[in-house]
Design a protein around this ligand. Structure first.
Ligand code: SAM
Length: 294
C-alpha cells in the first residue's frame, strides 16, 4: 500500500460480500452478515439502495467479468477450508492482510480454543478495530490485532512479540493479498510459515498469474483491475504461474499441495441455481501443509 489510508480494496471486497449476503441461501455463494458494518460513504450508499446495488453489480460484471464471482468463491472456499482445519484441531489462525475479514466473528468454534491473529497494515486495522468497538463496545477477546507493513517490516518479529506460538498447529489465511506485496515480502511470508509453525500447519491463499503485474495479460478484467488497483494506491506487484505453484511451494518445504483453477472452482461451487455466475480465469487458489522437518 502506497498511502497511509485504510485499504480501498478491502472496502470493496466487504461491499461485494455484503451485497452477496442479501441473496437467499440458494443463490448466494458465501455469507457474511457482518460485512455491511464496515461500509461507509459511497459503499454504504450502494449497499442501501436496490437500484445502486443493481447498477454496481451490472457495471462490475461488464467492466471486469467474473471478478465478483471469483472473490465470492474465494471467500467460500477459504471458509470451507477453515472448517476442515478447525475440525483437524488448529490452535491458532493467522489471517494475513485481514482487511474486513469477519471469520473471527462468524466461526463460533474459533471463540473456544483458537487464538486468531489478524495481521494487517496499521491504517486498515485501525479503521477495522474502530468499527468493531463502535458496533460491539469491545474487541473480540480471542483476537490479537497485529499491525504490520508487509513490504518493510518483519512479520516474524511482530507476530512473535504478539504472542504467536511456533509449536502449535496453525492455519494461515492469505486472502486477496499476494497481488499487492513485493516478491520479497511474499517469499519472507512463506518462509515464516515453514520455519515458525507447528506440526500439521497449513496455508491457503489466492494469486494471479505474473501477466497481471507486468501488464501483458490479454483479459479485460486484468487490465481493469491493474489500473483500478494502481489508482487506489494498491498496485499489482506479484504473480505466479499456476503451473509453477506446486514446484514453488515444494521447494519452500510444503507438501499436500492442491491448486484450484477457476474451472475447478466453477465445478465445485457454481452448480444449479448458481450456474449463471461467472468466474474470472485470473483467480487461482492453493493450499499446502508444512512438511515435518528432519
Ligand atoms: C483486497 S484486501 C483483502 C482483505 C481481506 N483479506 C479480505 O479478503 O477481505 C487487501 C488487504 O491487504 C492489506 N495490505 C495490502 N498491502 C499491504 C502491505 N504492504 N502491508 C500490510 N497490509 C497490506 C490491506 O490493508 C488489505 O486489508
Amino acid at each position: 500500500m502506497q498511502n497511509q489510508e485504510p485499504s480501498q480494496t478491502a472496502l470493496r471486497v466487504a461491499l461485494s460480500r455484503a451485497i452477496e449476503s442479501r441473496y437467499p441461501e440458494t443463490r448466494r455463494i458465501c455469507w457474511d452478515p457482518f460485512a455491511q458494518y464496515f461500509l461507509c460513504g459511497q459503499t454504504r450508499k450502494i449497499y442501501d439502495s436496490w437500484l445502486r446495488r443493481k447498477l454496481f453489480c451490472l457495471r462490475s460484471e461488464k467492466m471486469a467479468p467474473g471478478v465478483i464471482g471469483s472473490v465470492m468463491v474465494r471467500t467460500r472456499f477459504i471458509d470451507d477450508y477453515l472448517a476442515v482445519c478447525i475440525a483437524a484441531g488448529i490452535k491458532q489462525l493467522v489471517i494475513l492482510g485481514a482487511g474486513y475479514d469477519t471469520r473471527a466473528l462468524r466461526f463460533e468454534a474459533l471463540k473456544k480454543e483458537v487464538t486468531v491473529f489478524e495481521v494487517d497494515h496499521p491504517a486498515t486495522q485501525q479503521r477495522k478495530t474502530a468499527v468493531l468497538q463502535n458496533r460491539f463496545g469491545d474487541l473480540p477477546e480471542h483476537v490479537v490485532f497485529v499491525a504490520v507493513r508487509f513490504n518493510s517490516e518483519s512479520l516474524a518479529d511482530k507476530l512473535l512479540t504478539a504472542g504467536y506460538q511456533t509449536d502449535v498447529q496453525t492455519l494461515f489465511i492469505w486472502e486477496g493479498v499476494t497481488y499487492y506485496i513485493t516478491v520479497q515480502a511474499v517469499d519472507d511470508t512463506i518462509t515464516f510459515v515453514t520455519d515458525y509453525s507447528g506440526q500439521g500447519s497449513s496455508i491457503v491463499f489466492d494469486y494471479f498469474p505474473p501477466s497481471v503485474a507486468d501488464g501483458t495479460c490479454h483479459l479485460k478484467e486484468a487490465r481493469v483491475l491493474r489500473s483500478l488497483f494502481a489508482q487506489l494506491g494498491e498496485g499489482v506487484t506479484f504473480g505466479i504461474a499456476p503451473e509453477s505453484i506446486e514446484t514453488y511451494l515444494a521447494a519452500k518445504g510444503f507438501g499436500q499441495i492442491r491448486n484450484y483453477t477457476h474451472q475447478d472452482l466453477q465445478e465445485k461451487y457454481l452448480k444449479n441455481s448458481k450456474q449463471h455466475r461467472r468466474l474470472s480465469e485470473l483467480f487461482a487458489i492453493a493450499h499446502a501443509t508444512v512438511l515435518a522437518k528432519d
